[in-house]
Design a binder for this molecule. Sequence first.
Ligand SMILES: [Zn+2]
Length: 273
Amino acid sequence: MNNLVYIVMDSCRYDAYEKARTPNMDRIAIGEKRYSFASWTSPSHYVLLMGITPHKSPVGVFASEVYKEDFTLWKTRLAVEELSFKSFVPELSLTAKLKKLGYRTSARVSLPVLNPFTTFSTHFDDYKLMSDHNDFAGMVDEIKFDPLKPTFHFFNLGETHYPYMLTKEDVPVLHGVHGVFKHLDDDNDKEDIEFFNQAKLDELKEKQVSCVEHIDKTLGELFRKCPEETWFIITADHGELFGEGGYFGHGPIFHEKVFEVPFLEGVVRGAQP
Ligand SMILES: [Zn+2]
């Protein structure tokens, strides 16, 4: 059975990935444009952890056929015979299925909405909310493979989420947007921050591109630690808006760009760049 490394670049819209230079990701595959099932972190991760990947929006087919085909791909991803949608019943959980197959299941997440007290941690042997929002490097430092059993490593990366690795001095703290929700109920904590102008939004958009490149560099380090039989999936949970339609960010937004995400998968090929 293959090890599985599943990386979700939080909020990374497709064209930010497309513009970024990603020699390490390219060794797996060139990412294609897919669509997330939701416009914000929690519901989107729920779908991903069911074992359903972002969709291609195919026309003229029944939804059930699309799901069926996607679940069948787990045979190739895991190098396990006879996997299908039915194999995931009744839990409909990728983590539960992998555990039943004998995998060690481990997760490192960056966004507090995915903290260990939420249902996302269910069926993981080891689940941790990182103390730093931008710590893919720390996750890679901690990664461990068991020589006796395959491992499922799930990573939710905050680097591509607002504030895109900028410091608090560079951008205002936006509760909720920043991935910090503990002040959301506080009426006395009304945010009196002017909406970003387009020049600032363009600057933030470029910053997200740089964050993808930063992740790609760290990915090289991860490749060095992964056994050969490791299947990678790299995607995003939703996109991000930088002024399109008057929006910034993601969440309560209905706009095509907030659903556009990169998707690539496979094993690592070729020598280190
Ligand atoms: Zn998210």
